[in-house]
Design a binder for this molecule. Structure first.
Ligand code: KG4
Ligand code: ZN
Length: 341
């Protein structure tokens, strides 16, 4: 059988990534150049710096991805690229590079939504996975509960009404004086604390499957201020553990509610926050208790990478046709119809 091999480029935020994936499941190469060091002094992603770093890295990252896969451009079937959502200047670097490569090699150009990429990371992590399944996508910019109805068909069941889960982790980490990126640092710190040390509220949302993390974040900020005003230095491990527990509880509760309501046979995790240790453990346990299969990709497939973009491209219908070379980056790109994606 003839394999379809896709080169994908991902530059939506602060990682320059390229990968070659066969048949949407078998990773032949996966290269990620992180910009963490460049953004760390500013405590977050600086769009202008991100764009410049992508320009510097993208060519060697693509070269290395092709080299590690042992393939030339002419041996590929398509070039896929993240077209949105994301930082516009950063996206443009990937889109322009993909256009040049596709044109030069006469290959179809396949624009992919970053969130769809995160979902499709699960096809790489689990070779036997097929839709339908439910997916919790929790990243720096998005928290979505998505029903994957078939390949390329998604229904949004619930979403964050204010801060995304990753954003909430990053902001809480900043309050605790942790270095950027805050999510992984807070996760590590929480391992040494008591999750019930500090009472934090769970927000009520009108939508049954929606999230709201801003009130947990505000409660945490107020707690830390109050403690500092009384001269007591807050116990950072306990605060981190309590915050992590509050966010994870909400993510797991709403995801399980949606899974049970829709009769899902499988729930999957996706996005950077899916590498959170407590989330992985608690969702796995909650799903097992209800006899629902739980798919948890390894951390390298949860955080931004290009292999997931190649997988999404493979599973899109009409791959051979490709997009016009007039393709533009779309920082607000939507994946879902009806509700805001
Ligand atoms: O998917 P991703 O790599 O990039 C976006 O598309 O946003 O997600 C990055 C987000 C950041 O907010 C980061 O702090 C968070 O995922 N994150 C974590 C962990 N690892 C990454 N949050 C909590 N615990 C973690 N272990
Ligand atoms: Zn992402």
């Amino acid at each position: 059988m003839n394999e379809k091999r896709i080169l994908a480029i991902e530059t939506s935020c602060d990682e320059t990534a390229a990968a070659v994936v066969a048949n949407g499941r078998r990773v032949l190469s996966n290269v990620v150049a992180s910009q963490v060091e460049a953004h760390a002094p500013y405590g977050g992603v600086v769009p202008e710096i991100a764009s410049r770093q992508h320009v510097e890295a993208v060519n060697w990252v693509v070269d290395r991805a092709l080299g590690e896969a042992g393939l030339r451009l002419s041996e590929l079937d398509a070039v896929a690229v993240t077209a949105g959502p994301g930082v516009v200047g950063a996206l443009l670097v990937g889109v322009s590079t993909a256009k040049v490569l596709a044109y030069a090699a006469g290959l179809p150009l396949v624009p992919i939504n970053h969130i769809e990429g995160h979902i499709c990371a699960n096809y790489i992590a689990c070779e036997s996975l097929e839709p339908p399944f439910l997916c919790l996508v929790a990243s720096g910019g998005h928290s979505h509960i998505v029903q994957v109805e078939s390949y390329g068909e998604y229904r949004l069941l619930g979403q964050a009404l204010d801060d995304a889960a990753g954003e909430a982790f990053d902001k809480a980490a900043r309050v605790l004086g942790l270095p950027y990126p805050g999510g992984p640092a807070l996760d590590a710190l929480a391992e040494g604390g008591h999750p019930n040390a500090i009472p934090l509220p769970q927000a009520k949302t009108e939508g049954r499957y929606d999230f709201s993390f801003s009130c947990v974040k505000t409660a945490l900020i107020n707690q830390v201020r109050r403690m500092r005003q009384t001269g007591a230095e807050p116990h950072a491990e306990d605060i981190a553990a309590s915050f992590r527990m509050a966010v994870v509880q909400s993510l797991v509760e709403k995801t399980m509610l949606a899974a049970l309501d829709t009769g899902a046979k499988a729930v999957a995790l996706a996005g950077g926050v899916a590498s959170n240790r407590l989330l992985r453990a608690n969702l796995g346990e909650a799903a097992a208790q209800k006899g629902i299969r739980c798919l948890i990709p390894p951390p390298w497939l949860c955080t931004d990478n290009a292999a997931m973009i190649a997988s999404a491209a493979y599973h899109r219908a009409g791959l051979e046709k490709g997009a016009a070379l007039a393709l533009n980056a779309d920082p607000g790109m939507q994946l879902f119809q009806g509700r805001c994606g």
